[in-house]
Design a protein around this ligand. Structure first.
Ligand code: ADP
Length: 263
């Protein structure tokens, strides 16, 4: 295996009650790579991300994290290596933002361990990088969906993970925070973090993804660079809508998608 591979997925089949949603898929994610999953609703992105995070058992196949089967890690080890943020999570307990973000430190510090200086620093950095320093004392039950989404990303960053798995991380954010979050991810991957995320916005995916997989009809229908995946015939087949693909005005190598009214 190449030295810089962080996650390797081999002939993986995931699904529910023995019935496959995605079958026999293979890919790897390198250190410092932003791997983006796109595809229609119900195509299996969430199911795959949960399996990658070790939260569900695959039907068959192997997931290797740092060359070791994900199942061979103790749960706290896995939790300190992988940060996972589920889609549209809600929190019902009235924690403060600081308390919730500091929960990201539990895999390394233990649930009942005292907060150490390194924990405080990691939490402060995560708050700062997500633009939440002014929110420390706010109750998470009183935040907007977008603010909560940022807090949950901050909690996963406080873990100092090697691999970040985010399921539609920008779905509740306004345009500014969508861009800010994608810029943040880009900065983190430039420092060596690997990320696997699902996105619905194909244009933001084009701007920021290192590699992309389009999932549809039970498999990865196309994997590659954004130029290889974001092609009109491929998107039309997967989403069954008419689209046009043109170069970004400032970055002509990046494809931008325009939608037609359905005639
Ligand atoms: P996506 O994230 O691409 O929208 P999902 O992974 O959520 O897709 O869903 C893939 C398929 O699995 C869908 O057909 C969905 O109905 C089904 N599914 C999702 N969760 C469950 C579950 N807990 N039990 C059975 N089927 C499920």
């Amino acid at each position: 295996m190449e030295a810089d591979v962080r996650l390797s997925v081999e002939r993986l089949t995931v699904g529910y009650h023995g019935k496959a949603v995605l079958s026999e898929i293979c890919f790897s994610v390198h250190k410092g790579e932003l791997f983006t999953l796109v595809g229609p609703n119900g195509s299996g992105k969430t199911t795959l991300l949960k399996a990658l995070a070790g939260l569900t058992q695959p039907i068959s196949g192997t997931i290797l994290l740092d060359s070791k089967p994900i199942t061979s890690y103790l749960s706290y080890e896995r939790a300190s290596k992988i940060g996972y943020v589920a889609q549209a999570s809600s929190i019902h307990w009235p924690f403060t933002v600081y308390e919730l973000v500091s929960q990201g430190r539990f895999p390394s510090r233990g649930w009942f361990g005292n907060e150490r200086q390194e924990d405080r620093i990691a939490v402060e950095e995560a708050l700062e990088i997500t633009d939440l320093s002014g929110y420390r004392e706010r109750l998470v039950t009183e935040l907007s969906g977008g603010e909560l989404q940022r807090v949950l990303i901050a909690r996963s960053l406080a873990q100092k993970p090697e691999l970040l798995i985010l399921d539609e991380p920008i779905s509740h954010l306004d345009i500014r925070y969508q861009i800010t979050t994608m810029e943040l991810l880009q900065k983190l991957i430039s420092q060596g973090l690997s990320a696997v995320i699902s996105l619905h916005d194909l244009n933001l995916a084009s701007l920021y993804a290192s590699t992309m997989s389009l999932v549809a009809k039970g498999c990865i229908v196309k994997h590659g660079t954004v130029q290889e995946v974001l092609r009109p015939e491929i998107l039309q087949e997967a989403y069954t809508i008419d689209v046009e693909v043109t170069p970004h005005p400032e970055h002509p190598n990046l494809p931008m998608i325009y939608y037609h009214r359905q005639r």
